[in-house]
Every structure is written in structure tokens, then in C-alpha cells.
Design a protein around this ligand. Structure first.
Ligand SMILES: Cc1cc2nc3c(=O)[nH]c(=O)nc-3n(C[C@H](O)[C@H](O)[C@H](O)COP(=O)(O)OP(=O)(O)OC[C@H]3O[C@@H](n4cnc5c(N)ncnc54)[C@H](O)[C@@H]3O)c2cc1C
Length: 344
């Protein structure tokens, strides 16, 4: 890439912003297009878990990708040092019925991890307010967390400071750039220059938030996880394949709240608001990252339920494609061409 090469990035979610910043740091002149508000996307509603371990164990689609997810997590400290964000490294705890705990623990051990067994007293320290019925659990230190809204804002500030220009408009093509990075989440506007977008399907998700305290670590239960920061308690999240609307469905809210309350009884009286977002997914659960079929087009889409976790890996790969640099060991697994009829 020539220094000062003009690159258009469509989409200012986790993938678009992280990629825009990395491209600017590599010397490109970057313009980001997005008509939505700064956090009005899947990235803005996400729980912000950077969770290679529990995602590989609890999400069947992601099970074989632990190495890739871990590599993405390992790029976060460099991003933390680059932007004004703090990673919560206190880990995540699993609690649940005996068979769920046994399955989850076995899955973690298969990955070569060594979860720490927790008795009730330890659970009280890590997750105050946990329902008395959960007398056993285990802690995984490999999973981290960021606060999604703050991280979007920090990425945007860092990108602006690095010279990235923001245009609050929908991109319909290259918009004057020599290259176009498509990071439009579940959006399909740019299918005319990226037929690969036809491989995406939506997965709607509900998440509940309350201005209540949850001083503990992330808790992974059956049917819900609970995350917290001071004044921002979150219960997530539904996975509703095939739906791409953002309406709030009372039945989904009630089920999520009930699952959260089984973990923490005090949630029964908390004042939750529901938010929704739409994840974009590919048939194999991994994003499409790299060169598209059309000249000058790069894709950074389809991160499913791990867009935050994967963002720095996606950004690194796009920069490598643009600069003709070393793409690293995960490029083939993420290559958008893997879904083409002949794989070319
Ligand atoms: C409830 C929920 C909880 C989640 N929790 C986690 C989690 O804990 N950890 C994790 O890693 N991931 C999580 N995810 C998944 C994560 O949010 C997504 O994978 C990630 O946000 C995808 O980022 P993105 O940049 O691809 O898309 P988005 O965040 O959807 O951003 C795409 C952007 O593109 C813009 N756009 C669309 N069309 C155009 C166009 N033509 N021109 C310009 N801009 C356009 C949109 O306005 C939007 O702002 C969660 C998702 C949901 C819904």
C-alpha cells in the first residue's frame, strides 16, 4: 500500500472502527461511512465478553475454533494500550445443574484448560448475591471483558486522532476510495460489489440492562449469562436465528429475566430495559475477512456472537491484505472465498 492510500470503510461497528484505526496507523487515509448513531448497532448492545474459552465450549458453531478465538483475545492487550479502554481480566464463572457443570468442565479440559473448582464460599466472593442453590462452580481466567459502549467511543476518538474522517452517511460503493472495506454487520447494501454478502444470515439477540450493581465476575449459567460494571448490570442474550428486526419481544425478555433471576434472585425486583441487536453469521460460524471477488473490495463481516473478541484479529488481517503483508495462520479459515462454489 502506498502511504496515504485512500480507503473507505463502510460501517462503524466493532469491526469497522478497529479496522479503520489499524489502517490509519498503517499510513492510509481512511474515511468511515455509517448513517447510524455511534452505538446503534450490534456492537453497541453487546455484552463485551472476550471469551474464547466459554464460547468454544458453550457454542457448538465455535467449538473447533478455540485457537483462533484465543489468538484474537491475545491481540486485545495491544489494543488496550492503543486506545483508552480497560480490559476486565477477572475471568468468568460457570454455575448450573450438575450435568451442565460436568459437560462444561469436560469441554474446558478438552481444550487443555484448567478451570478452578469453586465451593460456595469462593462463589460468594466472586459473585455476591448468587442464588443459594448453586453450591459449586468453576472459574476460567482465560475469558476477559470490555465495556462495549465505552470501547466504541474510545475507538472512534483514537481513529479521529489518527486522522480518520467520519461521514454519517450510508456507503453505496467505493465513495472515492481506492479500496472499500465492507464492515456493515448484517447490512446488505453493498452486495452489488460484494456478492459474498449473500452468505450472511441474521441472528437477533435480546439483552437486558439495569442500573444496578453487579460487583462480581461474569457468570455463565443455563439460558443466561450475567455481566456487570458499576451501575450496569447485564443479562444476555437470546440467539434467534433468521430474525433481523430489532423489535423487543416480551416473551424473550421474560425468559431471559427468569434465567437471570435463577442465578441472582435479587434481579426479580430490578428495573431492566431490553435492547436488541442483529448479529450477522456465515454458514460455518466464522466471519468472512479478506479480499472479495471484486477488485479493491475487502470484507470484514459475519462475526456472529464474537465480533468484539475477533475485532483486532480482523483488523490485523485486513491491514495485511491491503499492505500485501504477512496474513498469518488464520487467513484461510476466514477467507471469504471459502463459500464460493469452487472455493476460489
Ligand atoms: C445481544 C448481543 C450480545 C453480544 N455479546 C457479545 C459479546 O459479549 N462478545 C462479543 O465478542 N460479541 C458479542 N456480540 C456480537 C457482536 O456484537 C457482533 O459480532 C459485532 O458487534 C459485529 O460488529 P460489526 O462491526 O460487524 O457489526 P455492527 O456492530 O452491526 O456494525 C455494522 C455497522 O454498519 C453500518 N452499516 C450498515 N450498512 C451500511 C452502509 N451501507 N454504509 C455504511 N454503514 C453501514 C450499520 O449502521 C452499523 O453501525 C453480541 C451481539 C448481540 C446482538
Amino acid at each position: 500500500m502506498r502511504r496515504g492510500a485512500k480507503i473507505t470503510v463502510a460501517g462503524a461497528g466493532a469491526l469497522g472502527l478497529t479496522t479503520a484505526l489499524a489502517l490509519a496507523d498503517a499510513g492510509a487515509q481512511v474515511t468511515v461511512f455509517d448513517p447510524a448513531g455511534p452505538a446503534d448497532n450490534a456492537s453497541g448492545v453487546a455484552a463485551g465478553m472476550l471469551a474464547p474459552a466459554f464460547e468454544a465450549v458453550l457454542d457448538a458453531a465455535t467449538a473447533p475454533q478455540f485457537d483462533l478465538l484465543s489468538a484474537a483475545r491475545d491481540l486485545w492487550p495491544a489494543l488496550e494500550a492503543r486506545i483508552d479502554v480497560r480490559i476486565d481480566r477477572s475471568g468468568a464463572v460457570a454455575v448450573g445443574e450438575t450435568d451442565y457443570l460436568a459437560r462444561t468442565e469436560a469441554g474446558l479440559r478438552t481444550l487443555g484448560l484448567h478451570p478452578t473448582e469453586l465451593e460456595r464460599r469462593a462463589l460468594d466472593g466472586l459473585a455476591p448475591g448468587l442464588a443459594p442453590r448453586w453450591t459449586r462452580g468453576f472459574l476460567v481466567r482465560e475469558d476477559w471483558r470490555i465495556e462495549a459502549g465505552q470501547t466504541l467511543a474510545a475507538l472512534r476518538r483514537a481513529a479521529q486522532a489518527a486522522g480518520v474522517v467520519f461521514r454519517p452517511e450510508r456507503a453505496t460503493g467505493f465513495e472515492g476510495g481506492e479500496r472499500l472495506v465492507i464492515a456493515t454487520g448484517n447490512g446488505r447494501d453493498l452486495a452489488v460489489v460484494a456478492p459474498e454478502l449473500a452468505n450472511l444470515s441474521p441472528i437477533k439477540g435480546h439483552i437486558l440492562r439495569a442500573r444496578a450493581a453487579h460487583d462480581g465476575v461474569v457468570v455463565r449459567g443455563q439460558g443466561a449469562y450475567v455481566t456487570g460494571a458499576p451501575g450496569d448490570l447485564t443479562i444476555g442474550a437470546t440467539m434467534q436465528a433468521g430474525l433481523d428486526d430489532r423489535s423487543v419481544e416480551p416473551g424473550q425478555v421474560d425468559a431471559l429475566r427468569a434465567a437471570g433471576t435463577r442465578l441472582f434472585p435479587a434481579f426479580a425486583s430490578a428495573d431492566f430495559t431490553a435492547e436488541t441487536g442483529v448479529r450477522a453469521a456465515t454458514p460455518d460460524g466464522l466471519p468472512m475477512v479478506g479480499r472479495g471477488r471484486h477488485n479493491g473490495v475487502l470484507l470484514a463481516v459475519g462475526a456472529r456472537r464474537n465480533g468484539w473478541l475477533l475485532a483486532p484479529l480482523v483488523a490485523r488481517l485486513i491491514v495485511a491484505c491491503v499492505t500485501e503483508g504477512e496474513v498469518g495462520p488464520y487467513a484461510e479459515r476466514l477467507n471469504p472465498a471459502r463459500f464460493n462454489a469452487a472455493g476460489k
